[in-house]
Design a protein around this ligand. Structure first.
Ligand code: ADP
Length: 247
């Protein structure tokens, strides 16, 4: 397949921090409708890779093509606009607003929070908010103040706030950290559902969760791909065992 068949093509990606290459000549490709999980020991460069894709960190070298567009030359908000959503570890929801309002202000129209709230609630927005709330298991909590949600529900709400912008690529950093077993299962269900029309990249440590969601796993080590393939393949890779178990 040529690069344009992939949703995301990362090639020769490198970033140096004072001469230290946190990401070092990294290449990987993400297909349509794929859930790609990135694993690897602390300091492997996982977060930096997501930072590079979303434009928060500028690459020293290499290319990141999303739907044929070169992201390394774009600013963070342009990358969001191109269809790349990123969720960080700590939810950035509006605690004082209701679930409904959090989703409503994330609907792509005004940039300004107050402006969005003053907007008349048109049917299109309401039905989209309801659709997303259903997807993220919060349809019975639309009027609840976000501050009163459980930790897991807050994570879902933030995923919903990204989904309402309809990204083609969604990137999540440890989405199930701190969640209960039941919430982890529901999150796996959610991710499997939303990849019917988008791709997802997830950084994750919970191997049960990885097994429940991953189409393919990329193992990073020292800013490079150590191993890649099915969960089973990478788990049985002697190079991976050596890095994780030290033998
Ligand atoms: P991971 O997410 O896999 O734990 P990171 O991407 O956070 O790894 O970090 C990879 C390496 O790059 C680490 O050694 C980290 O200290 C370093 N690093 C990350 N960001 C910066 C930065 N802004 N300045 C200097 N070093 C950084």
């Amino acid at each position: 397949a040529s690069a344009k068949d992939f949703v995301l093509s990362v090639e020769g990606l490198t970033v140096s921090f004072d001469g230290f290459k946190a990401v070092n000549d990294l290449s990987f490709y993400v297909d349509e409708n794929e859930i790609r999980v990135i694993i690897g020991p602390n300091g492997a460069g996982k977060t930096t890779v997501l930072d590079l894709i979303c434009g928060r960190t500028k690459a020293t070298d290499g290319s990141i093509k999303f739907r044929g567009k070169e992201l390394t030359k774009m600013k963070e908000h342009q990358i969001v606009h191109a269809g790349v959503g990123r969720k960080f570890q700590n939810p950035s929801i509006y605690e004082d607003l209701s679930v409904f309002e959090n989703l409503e202000i994330s609907f792509p129209r005004g940039r300004n929070v107050l402006g969005a709230l003053l907007f008349k609630r048109d049917r299109e927005v309401v039905s989209k908010v309801e659709e997303i709330a259903d997807l993220i298991f919060l349809k019975d909590h639309l009027d609840k103040q976000a501050a009163l949600l459980s930790h897991g529900q807050k994570q879902w709400l933030e995923i919903g706030m990204l989904l309402i912008q309809d990204p083609e690529l969604l990137m999540l950093d440890e989405p199930v950290a701190g969640m209960s077993v039941a919430e982890r299962k529901q999150t796996a269900e959610l991710l499997n559902k939303i990849t019917k029309d988008r791709s997802v990249i997830v950084i994750e440590h919970d191997m049960q969760f990885v097994a429940d969601i991953a189409n393919r796993v990329t193992v990073l080590h020292q800013g490079k791909v150590l191993s890649e393939g099915s969960m089973e393949r990478v788990q049985n890779d002697p190079k991976v065992k050596e890095v994780y178990l030290g033998h």
